[in-house]
Each structure stands twice: as structure tokens, then as C-alpha cells.
Design a protein around this ligand. Sequence first.
Ligand SMILES: *Cc1c(COP(=O)(O)O)cnc(C)c1O
Length: 367
Amino acid sequence: MEIKATKPVMPLFEDYVNEIRSIWDTGILTNNGEKVQRFSEKLKTYLDCENIDLFVNGHSALYLAIKVMDLEGEVITSPFTFVSTTNAIVQNGLTPVFGDIDENYNLDPNSIEDLITEKTSAIITPHIFGIPCDVKSIEEIAKKYNLKVIYDAAQAFGTKINGKSIAHYGDATMFSFHAIKVFNSIEGGAVVYRNSKLKEKFELYRNFGISYGETNDVLVSGINAKMNEFQAAMGILNLSSLEQEIAKRKKIAQQYINTLKHVEGIETYSYKNNIEYNYAYFPIIVTQKYGRSRDELWKHLKDVGIGSRKLYDLLTCDYSLYQNCGYVNHIEKANYIKKICLDMPMYAGLTYKEIQYICDEIKMYRK
Ligand SMILES: *Cc1c(COP(=O)(O)O)cnc(C)c1O
């Protein structure tokens, strides 16, 4: 048996062909065409938000979300993330200050206040694995110290807190619609933001800084980060199956939990009642009681055809590029978790038998 770590969500081929047919009539492939506009409206409704802009991918969305806020100095962030979060901070000329993580794998609010200096301008941090940060505590701190909050919700599209979309928190929230996220537009990204005055800036920065008028003057040094019509077509179709996708993932998570609770030394995340998760990932913790290390288990699973992922075995502050960049303060928990966390295969098409096979292998390999 061969089981991959992830598989992209795809609509029916015929549905995609039907959706993109009109692009051949209009000849409009990109530059805010009809499909991007329709996708944007659908997302607004789904996320129940006022301001949203779409981008070619999540990274440029995050990069520009930071850019339009004109931040300076230091930014408090979590090192337990995909490199994009830290890259986007550094590419904006800001200094990352790394805090520790909590039991939710996210920036620990208790680690933030010690890191604040007069140079701190923002908290920019992910909702890792689709699990929300402690948004309430983070925003209390941000308010107290007058800091901006930008969430990297690349992995959290579809997650809700107390029935409200995760997009409702922070000054801005970035989503990624990359192929292997819970929801994809092949590649793609979005930013939801509070201050509607930022719209003009997002549009400028997304398209080379060009202000269309009589002279097509250039006002800022922008990039090209526009979503195209083929991406939007994929997004429109996949959005209509998102709730089913998440429901299937939830069932898979439940099967994992029910089966793995009988394996000593393996711990699964304790989901909370007030949160609707998107089940983007299924991280397990390999404790000492298991008798084998996380790395040994990863290797064993690989040998029997199961793709698990060591997310994140390197913190972003461990990368050679970032070892001497920014400040790292007491990140004991992050340094501990990075050695024992393993992400299990997770996608809607996983069968009951496949999950059983994965869990059996984990169980048999125990020492
Ligand atoms: C995927 C991801 C990104 C980048 O999104 P892309 O759409 O791939 O550019 C950023 N941050 C996190 C945490 C991610 O998982």
C-alpha cells in the first residue's frame, strides 16, 4: 500500500472545463477578470467579511498585507511555522522576534509581553495546522501596546471560532489557496482586512504600483501578484465542495483519535468545543513512552509506504539564513515540539482501511 501525505482537492474535470470555457470567448485571462471578481464576492459571503483582496499566492498576500501597513522595527512571531511567515516579515525590512509556542502549537500569549520593546510594531503569527491562536489574549496585548496584528491563516481557511470565521480577527488575515491546502485555487491567496482604506494600496502594490488614469503614473514600487482567471475558476468550484471536504476530514480525524488512543506514547491534539476546525493537518506527538523517536517512526512509516511529515523539524529561526537574524527568547517548548511532532496523512479521499493500516503500523512499531 502506498499512502501519500496529502492530495489536492479537485473538482470534476467536466465542471472545470465548463467553468473556463468563457475565458476563450472573452480572451481575458487575468487582470481582475470576471472570474476573479465572482470568486472574490463568493469569498466575501463565505467569510462574512467586508474587505478582501485576492492574490496569485499566499506568500505575496502576506508580504503585501505587511507592506500596506507601513510597519517598522520589530515584529513578534512564532518560529514554529512554514518559512513563508518569517520571509514575509524580513522581506519588509522588519526584524522578527521569536516567541515560544503553547499547547495549540501557536505563539504563546504569555511569551509576548517580555518581547515587547519600544521598537515593536506588530504581532504577525500563524494559526498553525488550522488550529487558531489564542486570539483573545493576543488582541488584548496588541490593544494594550498599540500593536498591529496580522494572522497568517494560510492553513486555517474554513476554521471558525465561536461560529465566526477566523478572518474576523486581527487587523488583517492572510489565506493561502495553494494546491495542498484544505481549499485550493491551484495557487492563490487572499487578505481580509479591517481598514477599508487599504484597498487602494493593495490594488497598487499587487499590480506594479500603476495608477490607471490619463498617464498611468506609478505611485509605489509594487510587484505583480494578481490572481488569474484559471485560478479563480478552480477556487469557485472548490468553494462549493468545501464544507463536504471538511466534514470528511473531521471523520478521518475522529478515526485517528479513536484508534490511536490505544497506542501508548502517542498523543493527539485535544480539539476544543467552541472551535470548528478545518482539519488541515493531523499532528501527533511521539512521547518517550512510545519507545521510539519521532524520526524513527517517520522512517518506518516511509519504509512501509506511508508519507508522514516532520512539521516542523526546523524552526524558522533554525534555518541558516535566520540563525543570526532577529531575537530568539526562551523557546523551550518550540524546541521540544519540533523533535516529537509528526503530521499524519490527511485528505478527504483517505479510506477507513488506509487509516487503519497507518494506525496499525504505528501500533506495531512501538517498543
Ligand atoms: C502555505 C503557507 C504559506 C504560503 O502560502 P503559498 O500560497 O504557498 O504562497 C504561508 N504560511 C504558511 C503557514 C503556510 O502553510
